[in-house]
Design a binder for this molecule. Structure first.
Ligand code: FAD
Length: 431
């Protein structure tokens, strides 16, 4: 008999909780990975950089495991089909995996658990992608927090009181299942192509991040960690990142707490996936003009900071946080386009796309969320530029034709759009 460890968004052999407990069990451990067709089928680009990234990461894990006489079993199908096939191929006692808090993932795991139980196989899940799960940080009366600041205070107190150190590297563990090398489908077999987008590395640059609080708001400066994609797919462990952040820069730590805040919002209030957190905001009559939306997607709004951001996103799968706030505000307030349209566009493009943070960021900008921007506040792209890109370095990097006659004039006038947004929100909310 063997035990299985199912890799998902925890693609590493060190500081991996579920893997740690799997290898401690009394059976040899065969790791598996499933290229889940239900997820891959939703991706619009055949050159999706995230699929490339995962594929490369699996290739590396496979090579590391094969050096130690083991391998990794890879499927390209639905999880249910993969587990059916697995139970027919191997004599399995238990399956170990790390918990995922997105509604689709929860539903998937419930189905797999039923299938395994019907086959007499145990299914064990572990906390790994967060320091604290949704029930661990609550108000005095035990309800979830809806506001960030008190949440972060409780989070910090609990963190100080406990031990959340990283777990050891497991590459050399004696309990890996011995196996000949197993097959890895090529990108082409999966229906994808190489992407030209390059992925930042996963190292934590201490010297740079020491000044995170001073530099993080300027999109022309490389002042943030660029760890997003690594946190998304678990090529770094959150315990290591948080431990380092506590010694490097408190504002940086605060952003990592935002990540957990939004994860608990999603887990505690799953309606946010397709509804406003504050339900009365679903009454806003969005204009949803498709031609306007297309201009925003293409970075052709005539607002240079918005266009620079969208072009950075389209080219690099990344957008600086400050600019994410500006473009999201522009779409929802200036153009009165449903935040869910923008959210879906980001989900296709961002390397670091994560349902909880993306949804939280969009609902914040649209004013529909937990700690939202008040509805009457509308970012002014011009003053955001003056504050955060005063020398227009970021704008000139991405909008080459800026200042020439080829650059479009603003698609909507700021003052008019601002007033229209405020009036529309006011009326819909009955204020
Ligand atoms: P750093 O600034 O170095 O921060 C380190 C890590 O902390 C990030 O990688 C991320 O995991 C977390 N983090 C930082 N800021 C936030 C935040 N405001 N909310 C939640 N987590 C945060 N972040 C995502 O990870 N995925 C998304 O899909 C996403 N969509 C967003 C959409 C909008 C409209 C907005 C306004 C923000 C969004 N963010 C998202 C948050 C933030 O913009 C990115 O996490 C950050 O820009 C990533 O850059 P970095 O890796 O250099 O992060």
């Amino acid at each position: 008999q063997i035990n299985i460890f199912w890799f998902r968004r925890d693609l590493r052999l060190h500081d991996n909780t579920g893997l740690y407990y799997a290898l401690k069990s009394d059976k040899p451990v065969l790791p598996i990975f499933i290229f889940d067709t239900q997820i891959l089928d939703q991706l619009e680009s055949k050159a999706d950089a995230r699929v490339n990234f995962i594929h490369n990461q699996i290739k590396q894990l496979k090579a590391q495991l094969e050096e130690h006489g083991s391998s990794i079993k890879i499927y390209n199908t639905t999880p249910l089909e993969a587990f059916k096939s697995l139970t027919e191929t191997y004599d399995i006692s238990e399956v170990y995996t790390n918990r995922d808090y997105e509604p689709q993932a929860i539903a998937r795991d419930q189905e797999v658990e039923v299938l395994l139980k019907n086959n007499g196989i145990g299914f064990y899940t572990f906390k790994d992608q967060v320091i604290f799960e949704k029930e661990e940080i609550t108000t005095a009366t035990g309800s979830p927090y809806k506001v960030f600041t008190p949440y972060s205070r409780s989070w910090r107190e609990k963190y100080k009181a406990g031990d959340y150190s990283p777990l050891p590297d497991l590459t050399n563990h004696k309990n890996w299942h011995k196996s000949k090398p197993l097959d890895l489908p090529s990108l082409d077999d999966l229906g994808f192509e190489e992407s030209t987008i390059s992925i930042p590395n996963s190292s934590i640059n201490k010297d740079q991040l020491k000044q995170y609080d001073e530099k993080r708001d300027y999109p022309a400066i490389n002042g943030t960690s660029r760890l997003g994609i690594h946190l998304r797919f678990g090529t770094v462990g959150i315990r290591e990142v948080v431990q380092k952040a506590t010694n490097i820069n408190d504002t940086w730590l605060n952003e990592l707490i935002w990540r957990e805040f939004y994860m608990q919002v999603l887990a505690n209030f799953p309606h946010v996936v397709n509804q406003a957190f504050k339900k009365e905001y679903d009454a806003i009559p969005w204009l949803n003009n498709e031609a306007d939306f297309q201009k925003w997607c293409d970075g052709k709004t005539g607002y240079p900071i918005v266009d620079a951001g969208m072009r950075e996103l389209n080219n690099n799968g990344y957008m600086h946080n400050r600019v994410r706030m500006v473009v999201a505000s522009f779409l929802t307030k200036h153009l009165l386009i449903d935040w869910r349209w923008g959210e879906a566009y980001f989900a296709q493009k961002l390397l670091d796309f994560e349902l909880a943070s993306n949804n939280g960021g969009w609902q914040w900008a649209a004013g529909t969320g937990t700690d939202a921007q008040p509805y009457f506040r509308v970012f002014n792209p011009q003053s955001q530029t003056e504050k955060f890109d005063p020398e227009l370095k970021y704008i000139k990097k991405w909008v080459k034709e800026y200042g020439s006659k080829d650059y479009p004039s603003p698609m909507v006038e700021h003052k008019f759009a601002r007033q229209r947004a405020i009036d529309t929100y006011k009326k819909a909310l009955g204020k």
